[in-house]
Design a protein around this ligand. Sequence first.
Ligand code: GDP
Length: 610
Amino acid sequence: MAAPSVGGVRLPKGSGETIRLPRGASLTDFADKINANPASLVQVLFHLGEMVTATASVSDEILELLGQEMNYRVQVVSPEEEDRALLQSFDIEFGDLGDEDALAARPPVVTVMGHVDHGKTRLLDTVRKANVREAEAGGITQHIGAYQVPAELEGVERLITFIDTPGHEAFTAMRARGAKSTDIAVIVVAADDGVMPQTVESINHAQAAELPIVVAVNKIDVEGANPDKIRQQLTEYNLVAEEYGGDTMFVDISAKQGTNIESLLEAILLTADAALDLRANPDMDAQGVTIEGHLDRGRGPVATVLVQRGTLRVGDSVVAGDASGRVRRMVDEHGADVTEALPSRPVQVIGLTSVPGAGDTFLVVDEDRVARQIADRRRARERNAELASRRKRVSLEDLDAALKETNTLNLIIKGDNSGTVEALEEALMKLDVGEDVDLRVIHRGVGGITEGDINLAIADNVIVMGFNVRAEGKATELANREGVEIRYYSVIYQAIEEIEQALKGMLKPEYEEVELGRAEVREVYKSSKFGTIAGCLVMAGEIRRNARARLLRDSRVIHENLPISSLRRFKDDVVEVRDGYECGLTLGNYSDIKVDDVIETFEMREKPRS
Ligand code: GDP
């Protein structure tokens, strides 16, 4: 094999063949593909002017640069593409809504976003309660992560699906995983408060996802509410009300008093009709997205899925993320059993063998075996990615300290439902305490902390976080034996605060020099017993025995880091001499001391972190 050399590094060189790497791959992944030593790739990049560690995930550009250098064609594949290829190998096309002539209208799916306390939760409650079909459901509604309500437009009754998690966190977490769950965003703005930071954030998220927006101007019952001011303020964000000549519908509501809720629902339908073509073929195997998942004591893994095409039926073989199984039962938001779910219908599915995550896609397949195989392959891929992130650091003896791995705090997050786990992970990833420390979530999941989690944690710096869940079985015992730290939380901000503290604790201490004393050399003696003795006058601070000293001549440093090895006043050994006093001292074996030299002593003190 040809072994060219870049900057003295010997490497296997390709002959133009294509290698496929997942987006966010590390040099170690690259090295695995071409059977090379990761450290050598680190060095190649180093000589190309890029400082990258072996296990850090790198940008597409760096992967391509490295490919060029080593004569490989690098093809970066996103996780979605990778998954699409996996499904295609089973002859499944995900996201195909069906042939034009088979398409039928489906209800719009709505997410409610806006600033905290502007009334998102209240609005979702009011909409849900106002539309309970009490006779059918006995008035009981349950939070299953989404619900459907009837609404009337021009005398025709239609349905609207609401995602029952207020705020944009869950929405963005799903979107970050490539899942499109929402058709329309309702931005709630309190008329007594106005446009606030999270209002703007929500608008940005909705616009980035190219969602049409309906503005609900809430709390119009409050004295001093000024709905027109909201219309005015929002023009700045390209949301111009229809009555001002724009194309955004604004509806003044009171979520508390139930005012104009019907009009809001109408506005949602009108906006959907004007801006979107919401159709899907109901006569196909169902596909969609997981909204929420949790482990139920009695029923086992429970997932709320939103059907996006086809019809989901009891008895279907399904795979959701890396969970598979057969639909044993379906339950709607009223707790009633459902046998079929059409597009845009959210249902709780019982019968999966594990809990899928929020944003995981789900699909119906021909037989259980296929579902199992897809789930297995996905799980294997995830495990590989986890292993890659745990892989031991390669030693890079011959490279600069600059190349050393930054400190990484690895986390495993377990929680009671996938929405919280996602939200916690999202919030943690936003923590930033500086460049020297990194946070990495190596595993997350729904359910108690298992022995499997602890086994995964038996590596450096892994903290297992349990959010509203406990360790189960022998997990605690194993954790104690292996010294794995488990922390339990039930409040998100507390979890975030503690992890932030842990990260700060991992920062290498920073030291600063503190001057202790300064002395001028007035006479120099040579002693056969003590070597060179400097007779000094202490000018500032104090000179202490055993302190570290530097020697200055004409303000230039002649020597650093000398010890004050002996210190005397007259004939007596002393520990310290204060300013204004004379003393005799020696600087270890150092002998190049002249009259008028200055001796400074200092110590390194750890700087407190802010
Ligand atoms: P979120 O943080 O956006 O989910 O806001 P909430 O739905 O929790 O509402 C925050 C507070 O505003 C609660 O005390 C609600 O009862 C109150 N609220 C919500 N909508 C209205 C409204 O239309 N009028 C009045 N007066 N209060 C409201």
